[in-house]
Design a protein around this ligand. Structure first.
Ligand code: SF4
Length: 380
């Protein structure tokens, strides 16, 4: 029996939902615990998605709420908003993620049980997921070609560990392939703080080179290396995902959601708007609080026009005297001035006309450049 706990955070977004479905189908032998960290400020579609996933999985998704807020009669966001004296969170002061997502998660996992945390970052994304500083939590990225987290790679490619890695390859490769592994492992690497970019580049070189020689072998070599560490996987005799070579991208995610019957959250669907006689389409690009400061201006306009009551609720949090606003240099009151809405739509149209692809039923291409903004605790 596994000594490791397998947890999967469902953010309410498409990728983590698809990951839960994918892993449930492909690895029925793994006993996943699903959780959701609630801010109390999501759109109804998110809560509907959670319900649909529960029905599909036949299992409850645990709703985690920060301790202090759990004891209050208010919802989590309102509780913390008051305790921060009305200071609205922002990209640079993101107390919301910390208090309502990360802390409840780490508390739920605890200090001792070795835990694998599955994260739905896709194979077509270029971002890293949240990596806990706790030794008993290890992140796994099953949708990517490289399923290992950055911290594992840093240790794996540290020159002091290369012989352990080479040992594994010695047992499975020979000849030119083995020479190539040795060359990659012995290639230059620096871990000096001020040379972070060089380190990233060198790790990428080694990683891609080894994965080109075989993803499964690379996974087994990494697993072998982890056995000598205190990472949660060192407690496992074997690990089913080592043989997984799947790489899943955005289209796969939508396909999984549709084919499973769980469905795509309605806010991803395009809605038509008109401005100066021209037609455009808008939608929301991600899950998360409806007032999230990471959203684009066109998404605020979408919220105003499609969920006016939520927009009004978002406005009520702003304090213009203190300059506490969701967007820098612009209040929501200013944003919904008709001239401003017209300008935002025209800017959006200009941008989308450049990027639009006719066969996309969602705003996939348009939101490409912004989807990675924010944090993986909220938007995966
Ligand atoms: S969705 Fe946005 S506002 Fe909500 S917790 Fe995450 S970062 Fe904060």
């Amino acid at each position: 029996m596994s000594k490791v706990k397998h947890v999967l955070g469902i953010s309410g977004g498409k990728d983590s939902a698809a990951l839960a479905i994918y892993l449930h189908e492909k690895y029925p032998q793994i006993d996943f615990t699903y959780y959701y960290t609630d801010t109390g400020k999501e759109l109804d579609e998110t809560y509907q998605l959670l319900e649909n996933i529960e029905i599909y999985l036949g299992k409850k998704i645990l709703h985690l709420v920060a301790n202090d807020a759990a004891e209050s009669s208010e919802n989590p966001f309102d509780f913390f908003y008051k305790s921060f004296k009305g200071y609205i969170p922002s990209a640079t002061a993101r107390w919301c993620t910390n208090m309502m997502k990360l802390q409840p998660f780490e508390k739920f996992v605890g200090e001792t049980i070795p835990t694998l945390s599955y994260v739905g970052i896709r194979g077509d994304e270029n971002r890293e997921g949240y990596i806990s500083k706790k030794n008993n939590i290890q992140s796994i990225f099953p949708f990517r070609k490289n399923m290992w987290s950055e911290d594992v790679l840093h240790k794996l490619f540290n020159p002091e560990n290369q012989e352990v890695v080479l040992d594994y390859y010695n047992s499975v490769f020979k000849g030119e392939k083995l020479d190539k592994v040795a060359e990659l492992l012995h290639s230059e690497i620096t871990f000096k703080r001020h040379q972070r970019l060089a380190t990233d580049r060198q790790i990428k070189y080694k990683l891609n080179g080894l994965m080109d020689l075989g993803v499964v072998d690379f996974n087994h070599a990494t697993f072998q290396f982890l056995k000598g560490t205190e990472y949660p996987l060192s407690f496992e005799e074997d690990y089913a995902l080592l043989d997984n070579e799947d790489v899943l991208v955005r289209d796969d995610v939508f396909r999984i959601l549709r084919e499973s019957g769980v469905g795509v959250p309605a806010y991803y669907n395009k809605i038509e708007y008109e401005v100066d006689g021209q037609k455009g389409e808008y939608a929301r690009s991600r899950s998360g609080c409806f007032f999230c400061f990471f959203q684009q201006k066109i998404e605020w306009v979408w919220l105003y026009e499609q969920h006016p009551e939520k927009f009004k609720e978002a406005m009520a949090y702003e304090n213009l005297k203190e300059s506490f606003t969701w967007n820098q240099h612009e209040s929501l009151e200013e944003l919904i001035h008709p001239d401003r809405i017209r300008q935002i739509k025209l800017d959006h149209l200009k941008r989308t006309n450049k990027q639009k692809s006719d066969d996309s039923p969602y705003l996939l291409d348009i939101l490409d450049d912004t989807e990675g903004d924010g944090c993986t605790a909220c938007f995966v």
